[in-house]
Design a protein around this ligand. Sequence first.
Ligand code: NAP
Length: 281
Amino acid sequence: MTDKLILDGARVADAIKEQLKTRVEALGAAGIVPCLATILVGDDPASETYVRMKGNACRRLGIESKRIHLDRSISTEDLIAVITQLNRDPLVHGILLQHPVPHQIDERAAFEAISIQKDVDGVTALGFAQNAFGYADYPSCTPAAIMAILDYYQIPIEGKHAVVVGRSPILGKPVSLMLLNRNATVTTCHSKTQNLADMLKLADIVVAAVGKPSFIQGEWIREGAVVLDAGYNPGNVGDVDYEACLARASAITPVPAGVGPVTIATLLKHTVDAAEKLAPM
Ligand code: NAP
């Protein structure tokens, strides 16, 4: 067990936040307070928790958190009107629309309404495309967090076989592209993939982004693989069977304190980046 590396997300997040402190102070000296607007539609308890955690993290670093809580019955048009107002507000530097939104809303249309300059979670088609080309200012935060963890621990990516389980537009797809851009050989799996276990047995790097508690089994993991668990299910349970995968892996992210805190730190970083770009000193 001693050779196992637990990829400590809190440590990576602290390193990111430490670098932000002086940048937030410099902005403050110029009269600029970085501001992240978070939009929550409805009363989903998990989403409320995520938004609260993001707001608290902002405040601890001196970033303003502007929280907009909208009724669950709001129309797509009215939601877009709120986003348009935030786009025009010079005091707002980043906009985050918490996913998922209620069914009557056209989530894609709402995401697309976010100005690219304020799209700090890479949810617009343009942000996604820029990430695919490898030059996004703000790639989606969870995929960027996964890459940040690999880089912090100096885990080689080039030439490795990465297997990503999940292909959502905010997680599985963008992280697959980021790994590909770093010269990994990437296999992206999804609910229609056949022989998932056989795919995973070939992986040097496993990214779990499935949304199913403890889904990835220990016997699917190749001896010595690196396992990144983006999953965050009720009860603080990830998408991998942690103990079983730990037994095979050389390195693994825990849940909690793995990908989650780095995702939040990345969101803070993107907000500070946006404040510097939108309000040059
Ligand atoms: P999602 O939109 O529900 O996507 C889940 C993906 O998993 C889909 O592509 C789906 O395939 C695939 N999948 C479902 N069942 C499968 C199966 N049996 N075999 C293989 N693939 C399967 O979820 P998401 O938004 O990407 O989130 C994934 C996980 O990450 C969740 O646990 C979520 O809570 C977590 N998350 C964490 C953070 C963080 O900061 N740590 C941020 C965002 C999300 P199809 O495309 O074929 O349906």
